[in-house]
Design a binder for this molecule. Structure first.
Ligand code: ZN
Length: 270
């Protein structure tokens, strides 16, 4: 089978993750690249940062697909005078295109949260929120919150953020809500869905305390990057299958470079 054009890849991606399903504030789609170019290989990453560009250039890929957008607000310059301008320049100089699928991949099924749920071994998935964000499933057999947290740590890539647990660690966990990325907007939904624990990222002090004080479910807070990382392999497999139906083939690489920003963590001695 022949390699597809970038236009073919974009069509296949937007069949899975229609741009019309992205949030109004979001900026998804093709960032740079000629639709007529041939795409033989793709690097999938969560963030379009300089280290991911390094990885793409080293791997010799034609396209980088990231979950997070490079630009979320209007720009009037892509000069190589700031980090994002340098990303654009280095990609174009290397003949590499960039595509972003963000909130349209969050609300898709399968999408970002389904991939997180699958990584954690959840079954019987249903959406957590009617908009499609997040999902709820079950683990069998039920385990303690402490043991489930250990399972989460084993299933996701290691980060200095680690896996933080709020709630009674001896409590049995069977029903689990998840939302890849920043999921504090669904805390009430998770409790209302009957979840014993809600796994997400970017949980802050006050919201977490208030949730627990109000009798909310237990919480597991993981690194934002780690919570979305399982989507990369899921999406790569789906895209390869969609392209194969059209008679074309691409190679896929899932980024091995953690873009979680924290480089070190130390627990207090007391
Ligand atoms: Zn995210």
């Amino acid at each position: 089978m022949a390699a597809p054009s970038l236009a073919d890849v974009v069509d296949a991606l937007e069949g899975r993750y229609p741009v019309t399903t992205a949030a109004e504030w979001d900026a998804v789609g093709l960032v740079c690249g000629d639709p007529a170019m041939t795409v033989s290989s793709i690097l999938w990453a969560v963030d379009p940062t300089s280290v991911v560009v390094d990885e793409a250039i080293d791997a010799g890929v034609d396209l980088v697909i990231t979950h997070h957008p490079l630009f979320l607000t209007g720009v009037h310059s892509v000069a190589a005078t700031d980090a994002k301008g340098r990303v654009v320049h280095r990609l174009l100089e290397s003949g590499i295109a960039l595509y972003c699928a963000h909130t349209n991949a969050d609300v898709a099924h399968p999408g970002v949260s389904d991939a997180l749920a699958a990584a954690l071994g959840l079954g019987d998935l249903v959406p957590l929120d009617p908009s499609g964000l997040g999902c709820v499933g079950t683990i069998d057999p039920a385990v303690s919150l402490a043991d489930f947290a250990a399972q989460v740590a084993a299933a996701l890539p290691s980060t200095h953020h680690g896996v933080r647990v709020a709630g009674d660690t001896a409590h049995l966990v069977r029903r689990v809500a998840v939302c890849g990325g920043s999921g504090d907007g669904l805390l009430v939904c998770a409790t209302a869905a009957g979840a014993d624990v809600y796994v997400t990222a970017d949980l802050k002090h006050h919201r977490t305390l208030e949730h627990l004080e109000d009798g909310g479910c237990a919480l597991i807070d993981v690194a934002h990057w780690a919570s979305e990382w399982p989507w990369l392999a899921q999406a790569a497999v789906l895209l390869e299958a969609d392209l194969a139906i059209q008679g074309s083939t691409v190679g896929s690489i899932v980024s091995a470079v953690p873009t979680d920003p924290w480089a070190m963590s130390i627990r207090g001695a007391h």
